[in-house]
Design a protein around this ligand. Structure first.
Ligand SMILES: NC(=O)c1ccc[n+]([C@@H]2O[C@H](COP(=O)([O-])OP(=O)(O)OC[C@H]3O[C@@H](n4cnc5c(N)ncnc54)[C@H](O)[C@@H]3O)[C@@H](O)[C@H]2O)c1
Ligand SMILES: [Zn+2]
Length: 375
């Protein structure tokens, strides 16, 4: 299997842009964005870490007339805030950014969310491209146009829809990604397979080792299919009024775990892995999926982890799940698989079902901890 460049079109009511997946893609940026042909200022938002790893390569790919002014955002979720957006906008203004300027968001999901938001509001909106450097950002956050920042009151509470003009998902940059980050992102790809792409699920089930070893062809297959799934869903339901909700599979309980553990213990994808395991218990009890299929899904999730154990009380998790922002008008929306590659949104998950599912994952955390301590 050879790695080849794939292009996936994102077509929504308000946007139409390509997501390009492949190797050595930085060279595609000036070609696709017609840099060098027109005189426009280019800004790159990145973190010092990512810039020191990959900045030289990015810079080398851009023509002399488009040498980027580099804007830095320190690493970490605590910098995904309005104060940073204001600081960055001020830096852009001082450096002469105008409405024709192009912003390159070059980093993980945090850089992508802040960069997208900055581009959405600077002079009421400038063009930007995403160059995602984590697996999570490539398969999830760079596609779909959601941008924004956190408030002290909660995550992603301020933001806007602002699609990039293109996404360049270069798999070479993933070679430097810490393994834990890679695995965490892959849980979102398993999610993609479970909710809408049985072939992707089967590929991940059968090729876990090659994927985690970052074999380019295997990574490209997984990333391409994950993006295609998300692009398809976003194309049908850009604003999350219907179908897009299925992307929240594993996220009701996953978000509750993140809240209950103060966002410190687990990476987002790891919390989602636990959330998917919990949702699978509910699906199993209801019989929306057969036991054989549940077992295959569980095994595959565990094969890409297992997600690390965490400590929280059932009460705290249930309380946090009750407050999940995906709840509308007091109803708890919950995504359940209907099989491998198909999912549905239900509103009638009971407290008892939630308790049983949460109890099950907490017991599993304990078992994992004991096993870890015994080794
Ligand atoms: N907009 C959306 O639709 C959407 C969807 C999902 C998640 N998100 C957001 O994405 C954010 C999480 O993104 P993330 O998981 O990419 O985390 P992140 O941006 O914090 O990156 C994770 C870590 O990987 C490092 N890193 C990034 N690329 C690297 C590389 N190539 N080599 C070595 N290290 C590298 C970063 O420095 C950082 O330490 C959250 O804020 C979340 O809310 C947004
Ligand atoms: Zn997620």
């Amino acid at each position: 299997m050879n790695a080849t460049t794939r292009t996936i079109a994102v077509k929504t009511a308000t946007a139409d842009y390509p997501v390009i997946v492949g190797r050595e893609l930085f060279a595609e940026i000036p070609r696709r964005m017609r840099l060098g042909k027109t005189r426009r200022r280019v800004f790159a938002l990145t973190s010092p870490e990512i810039w020191s790893l990959w900045g030289r390569q990015l810079q080398a790919a851009l023509p002399d007339s488009a040498v980027p002014t580099v804007l830095f955002l320190p690493n970490g979720e605590r910098y995904k805030r309005m104060t940073e957006v204001e600081r960055l906008a001020t830096e852009m203004a001082k450096a002469g950014a105008d409405r024709a300027s192009l912003l390159i968001a070059f980093g993980g999901g945090i850089i992508g969310d802040v960069g997208g938001f900055l581009a959405a509001i600077y002079m009421r909106g400038i063009e930007y491209v995403q160059v995602p450097t984590t697996l999570l950002a490539q398969v999830d956050s760079s596609v779909g146009g959601k941008t924004g920042v956190n408030l002290a009151a909660g995550k992603n509470l301020v933001g806007s829809f602002h699609h990039p003009s293109a996404v360049f998902a270069d798999i070479d940059v993933l070679q430097t990604l810490p393994e834990r980050e890679l695995r965490a992102g892959l849980f979102e790809s398993i999610k993609a397979g479970i909710i809408r792409d049985a072939a992707l699920f089967r590929f991940m089930e059968q090729n876990a080792e090659a994927i985690v070893r970052r074999e380019p062809a295997a990574l490209e297959r997984v990333i391409g299919a994950s993006i295609r799934m998300k692009a398809g869903v976003v194309g049908i339901d850009e604003r999350e009024t219907g179908l897009r909700m299925i992307l929240n599979f594993g996220h009701t309980i996953g978000h509750a775990i993140e809240t209950a553990t103060g966002y410190r213990r687990l990476l987002h994808g790891e919390a989602i892995a636990w959330g998917m395991l919990a949702a699978l218990r509910i699906a199993l009890e209801r019989g929306t999926v057969g036991p054989d299929q549940v077992e295959r899904m569980e095994k595959t999730i565990v094969a890409f982890g297992p997600p690390p154990p965490f400590r929280a009380t059932a009460d705290k998790l249930l309380e946090a799940a009750g407050r999940d922002k995906k709840n509308r008008a007091g109803k708890r929306r919950f995504v359940l698989p209907k099989g491998i590659g198909d999912a549905m949104v239900v509103e009638d998950v009971t407290d008892a079902e939630m308790e049983a599912a949460v109890g099950w994952i907490l017991r599993r955390c304990l078992q994992q901890k004991r096993r870890g301590a015994a080794m």
